[in-house]
Design a protein around this ligand. Structure first.
Ligand code: ADP
Ligand code: MG
Length: 320
């Protein structure tokens, strides 16, 4: 059985690209660039809450890094460094190696140096802290949306939620759709390039981890605004073709989490800039509605033009 320091030396001490001192000392030394603000965020994944205890370790490593890096994308920041604090029930070398490989692969894909962490024995728990940089004053925060802005979502949200429902045994996805949905669930792609391209374009932004409507509620609350979502604009087709059931597809799209797509507001005058950025990056974006001045009210406009209120309910760990 590998000891703590063995695990660190063998699996966690990876080469870095832009770090003065990484794993091995009491602290890491980061060379931040002049004119930049440091952006910091933590995300914890707990066994039984965020993943199944028998989850495949390589994918789990990827997802732990991806969930954190996604928060940098949502701030329009460049992810640069990450630390990992993990509690492990036992020192299983194979498991740790696969987990570390997945974590490291995601970091490398997004130019992030893995610079330290902590390793203890305990119920399986994965907590990373990511550090990014953004030119002074250019971060895109949640509070900047204004009435009249348009609302956009990236990618094909809802697939990860279908994947989860499949694993829970609540639905049976056909084989073709299953691969796409499970890959969305297990290997989310942080939208870093889009986040960076939206500097100076988006007025407010976040990454959807708890459901589109619930997370939209966070933007509205911080911006003191409301939203009008147009049913005809929603990117329902990909989820619908995966699930085959319209009500289920709609639920996955509006309330499913785990896709880590970017939800953002941008003025009408920036519509072309948004579309150009998306095209350049090769990631679809969909305009789903607009910001209104009715604080915290989300209305859904049906295809017949009728408007009905929607509850902004995302996942809440302490909700009833
Ligand atoms: P200390 O006792 O000073 O807190 P540790 O013995 O916990 O240091 O860790 C030794 C070194 O290994 C530190 O540089 C720490 O950042 C690194 N380290 C420990 N756990 C991890 C991990 N899970 N991922 C990356 N580096 C780690
Ligand atoms: Mg120390």
């Amino acid at each position: 059985m590998a000891g703590e320091f063995d695990l660190i030396r063998r699996h966690f001490a990876r080469a870095t690209q832009h770090t003065d001192l990484g794993v091995g000392d009491d602290g890491a030394l980061l060379r931040t660039r002049p004119g930049m603000q440091l952006v910091v965020s933590s995300d914890m994944l707990v066994s039984g809450t965020h993943f199944f205890p028998d989850a495949e370790p390589e994918a789990l490593g990827w997802k732990t890094a991806a969930a954190n890096i996604s928060d940098m994308a949502a701030m329009a920041a460049e992810p640069r460094w990450i630390t990992l604090a993990l509690a492990l029930p036992e020192s299983n070398d194979k498991w740790v190696e696969a987990f570390a490989n997945g974590f490291s692969a995601c970091c490398t894909s997004f130019g992030v140096d893995w610079i330290g962490g902590d390793t203890t024995r305990g119920p399986l728990n994965l907590c990373a802290t990511v550090f990014g940089e953004v030119p002074h004053g250019q971060a895109v925060v949640r509070s900047g949306a204004r009435a009249g802005d348009e609302l956009w979502i990236s990618g094909t949200p809802g697939l990860a939620a279908l994947g989860l429902q499949h694993l829970l045994g609540n639905i049976e996805l056909p084989e073709g759709a299953r691969t796409a949905c499970l890959s969305a669930l297990h290997r989310p792609q942080p939208r870093v390039a889009l986040g960076l391209a939206l500097r100076g374009v988006a007025t407010a932004m976040l990454d959807v981890s708890d459901g589109l409507l619930g997370d939209l509620g966070h933007i509205l609350e911080r911006s003191n605004c409301g939203a009008l979502i147009e049913d005809a604009l929603l990117p329902l087709a990909p989820v619908l073709s995966a699930s085959g059931d319209e009500a289920q597809a709609r639920r996955a799209l509006l309330s499913g989490g785990d896709d880590y797509e970017l939800l953002f507001a941008a003025p009408l005058s920036q519509r072309q800039a948004v579309l150009d950025a998306a095209q350049r990056i090769g990631l679809p974006v969909t305009r789903i509605g607009a910001v209104t001045d009715q604080a915290n009210v989300i209305l859904l406009q049906g295809k017949d033009g009728a408007r009905s209120p929607l509850a902004a309910r995302g996942f809440d760990h302490f909700g009833s």
